[in-house]
Design a protein around this ligand. Structure first.
Ligand code: SAM
Length: 271
């Protein structure tokens, strides 16, 4: 295996003090990083998009697992450290300096890449919503993403729980998310205030077809007033009450009791 200098040395040598503005909380534990890199499955020869590699902890683990990694990093200070990794793993890593929210990564891959990222909460959620909303079948094979635990819980939430809402419906409509690994806040440098978890998401083989805008309009209205009965919260959405009735869904129920399949069925009847 390629001998690499300890990450802490790389950070000291390149002056990579964690920037609060860029939401930087670094992972140094090689064993933990190797476990995260195993979540997508066998990566030998596989294409991986890594967003926000920072000083390259997860990048190393992905490269050591045999992946061909394309990494997008916004912080210019990290690029020399990542370039050193490109030298240590010849032909396996290409580094792009830029804002992942502004880059279309699809032309960068021959096939369907796995995506892996440990990102600040707001950037990670925005990218996730974009990846889940893109045209289907998706251009990615799997998503392995670090989130704060509360967001991870909202992605995998089941009906009838407080965490169940728009994000759960969006994530579970066409894909299957699971919490792959809880990660203690003390694993990060500097430690964030809250706990984290890695979420693994794979696309469903045969998802129900429905217009995403209709599904989003429906869940926005329903969860906008989540404590109210559907007959109240959906009153202003044209055709929604008729669609509920046609699906045999009791309009006195509340949004958080409605399953993903029921939301999809109702959305398909909206015009
Ligand atoms: N992956 C590294 C790790 O696990 O140690 C770094 C994680 S740190 C939480 C998040 C990284 O994402 C930082 O390096 C930050 O500069 C980068 N980042 C933040 N916003 C970004 C964006 N919009 N596009 C690309 N990278 C971004």
């Amino acid at each position: 295996m390629t001998e690499l200098p300890p990450l802490r040395d790389v950070i000291a040598r390149h002056g990579l003090s964690a920037s609060k503005a860029l939401g930087q909380n670094f992972l140094f534990d090689a064993q933990l990083l190797a476990r995260i890199a195993r979540i997508p499955g066998d990566l030998a020869g596989a294409e991986v998009l890594e967003v926000g590699p920072g000083p390259g902890g997860l990048t190393r683990a992905l490269l050591q697992a045999g992946a061909n990694v394309t990494a997008i990093e916004r912080d210019r200070r990290c690029i020399p450290a990542l370039d050193e990794l490109s030298v240590a793993f010849p032909g396996q890593l290409s580094v792009i300096e830029g804002d992942a929210l502004a880059i279309d990564p699809r032309p960068l891959f021959k096939g369907k890449p796995h995506i892996a990222a440990n990102l600040p909460y707001n950037v990670g959620t925005a990218l996730l919503v974009g990846w889940l909303s893109a045209e289907w079948f998706p251009w990615w094979q799997s998503l392995t993403l670090m989130f704060q635990r509360e967001v991870a819980d909202r992605i995998v939430a089941a009906p009838g729980t407080d965490a169940y809402g728009r994000l759960a419906v969006l994530a579970q409509w066409r894909s299957v998310p699971r919490i792959a690994m809880p990660v203690h806040r003390s694993a990060f440098t500097p430690p964030p205030k809250v706990m984290s978890a890695v979420v693994h998401i794979v696309p469903k083989e045969a998802p129900e077809g429905v217009d995403l805008r209709r599904l989003e309009a429906l869940t926005a209205a329903a969860f906008g007033q989540r404590r109210k009965m559907l007959r109240q919260s959906l009153r202003s959405l044209p055709g929604a009450l008729e669609a509920l009735e046609a699906e045999g869904i009791d309009a006195t129920r509340r949004a958080e009791t409605v399953s993903v399949a029921e939301f999809v069925a109702v959305a398909r009847r909206l015009s």
